[in-house]
Design a protein around this ligand. Structure first.
Ligand SMILES: [Fe+2]
Length: 448
């Protein structure tokens, strides 16, 4: 079958999306919980002479309630604008969004199931078999040929395949050993406890050692058992949108080749040392796994501006994040969890010095903070915990300009679009059912 280009994929999905639009207009809005607020909202609609077909509410994660309403007829644009204005001005609603036909038509394409990643995972922008003139391996013909061979694995990979093993050469293992020994000498004092704990498990179960470069397939299987995350081989750098979209399905795109042996402690690009020593351990931690997926889910179908904001949040967390944790003497300590730090001996030492500025993690601030890519970071954002960072990311993703929310189904590894009141009502019922099962389990536990 001919491989679809990005634009034809976009066109195909626009057609599907357009065909499935409801003719009814839906709105969503958030209200602070106070007496009479629902009455005020409903009056906005009745004052405009509009009747409602359905209304559904769900508690918001931080405060108040989200309402989803479906209007029982087609409403002229001007009247809709009046409704939006009155909901904001009179009923003090926030995040008022019209879930209309036009908004959906403009949405960028996004993967809806995990196998959709096959449509773009080969479309790399940089590196892979091509190198910049300042890359340490640029003039090494043998090194370039070796990279080309390894990237063939990623180019032929499809979702569901086992990741073919690479038989690394003595020279490659030697480079790995130098990196491994350098970094592990600092992990005990500089890395967060989650990274340290899981690193020990990776040494035990996945062949992490100075003398062996672990195989992506083994690490991926380990992650699947821990949190449902998996690694997918990639031949170079993906666009920010494609890379972040993969995270929504708990998939991390990972390179398989190694940096040039002439500079073992430097690489201008991600390589297998960065992926396996820096990234892989944290994806086995349930809270970090959930947090990272939230960035991915937030990236599906949003504008290029919002992708830029999310990529910046990713940079300041998954790549260069620091976090608070309990130290041995009960004091709160600050440690590194970002893979960019954990795979750089120099930056690991630097981030714990007095030089960089440390700021409390806040995605609204982090998303617009500029950063350098070729020097150590002048500032780091410090998360209270991965759990709290996840809640902050959920709140941030609600501020992005997407006229619907998405529901990830872990059983089918698909995302469902919450674009109609009916679908939302069904999901609320499902969650209520799960909550009631959990409450029963709690009661049973309490009466034991
Ligand atoms: Fe990375």
């Amino acid at each position: 079958m001919e491989q679809l280009s990005s634009s034809s994929v976009q066109d195909a999905y626009n057609t599907i999306n357009s065909a499935s639009f409801s003719q009814r207009t839906s709105l969503s809005f958030n209200v602070v919980n106070r007496v009479g607020v629902l009455k005020e909202c409903l009056e906005v609609f009745s004052n405009c002479g509009v009747s409602l077909a359905q209304i559904v509410s769900k508690p918001c994660i931080n405060s108040g309630y989200d309402f989803f309403v479906e209007i029982d007829s087609e409403v002229p644009e001007e009247k809709l604008q009046n409704i939006v204005h009155d909901l904001e001005a009179t009923a003090k609603c926030t995040k008022v969004t019209v879930m209309g036909q036009q908004d959906f038509a403009k949405l960028p394409w996004y993967p809806q199931k995990i196998s959709d990643l096959d449509l773009f995972s080969h479309q790399t922008l940089q590196y892979g078999s091509e190198l910049d003139a300042d890359h340490p391996g640029f003039t090494d013909v043998e090194y370039r040929k070796r990279r080309l061979d390894i990237t063939q694995i990623a180019k032929h990979y499809k979702h569901g395949d086992s990741i073919p093993r690479v038989e690394y050469t003595k020279e490659e293992i030697n480079t790995w050993r130098i990196v491994y020994n350098n970094l592990t000498s600092l992990y005990k004092t500089h890395a967060c406890t989650q990274h340290q704990r899981i690193f020990n498990l990776l040494e035990e179960k996945c062949g992490f050692s100075p003398d062996n470069i672990p195989q992506l397939e083994d690490v991926s299987n380990f992650l699947k058992q821990c949190t449902g995350w998996s690694l997918r081989p990639v031949s170079g750098l993906l666009s920010a949108r494609d890379f972040l979209n993969g995270l929504a399905f708990r998939v991390f795109h990972s390179t398989q080749y190694i940096r040039h042996h002439s500079k073992p402690l430097y690489t201008p690009e991600p390589d297998v040392c960065h992926e396996l020593l820096g990234h892989a351990p944290l994806f086995a931690d349930p809270d970090f796994a959930d947090f990272s997926q939230e960035i991915g889910l937030a990236s599906l179908g949003v504008s290029d501006d919002d992708i830029q904001k999310l990529a910046t949040c990713y940079w300041f967390t998954v790549e260069f994040g620091m976090c608070k944790q309990e130290g041995e003497n009960g004091k709160r300590e600050i440690k590194a969890y970002g893979a960019g730090i954990l795979s750089s001996f120099g930056e690991l030492e630097y981030c714990m010095s007095d030089v960089p500025k440390l700021l409390p993690f806040d995605p609204f601030t982090a998303s617009t903070t500029p950063y350098p890519v070729t020097t150590y970071q002048p500032c780091y954002f410090v998360a209270e915990s991965f759990e709290s960072a996840k809640l902050q990311m959920i709140e941030f993703s609600r501020s992005l300009n997407r006229p619907f929310e998405l529901f990830y189904n872990p059983f089918t590894q698909t995302v469902d679009k919450l674009d109609s009141v009916e679908v939302i009502a069904k999901k609320i019922k499902l969650v209520e059912h799960q909550l009631s099962s959990l409450s029963s389990s709690l009661l049973k536990l309490a009466t034991k």
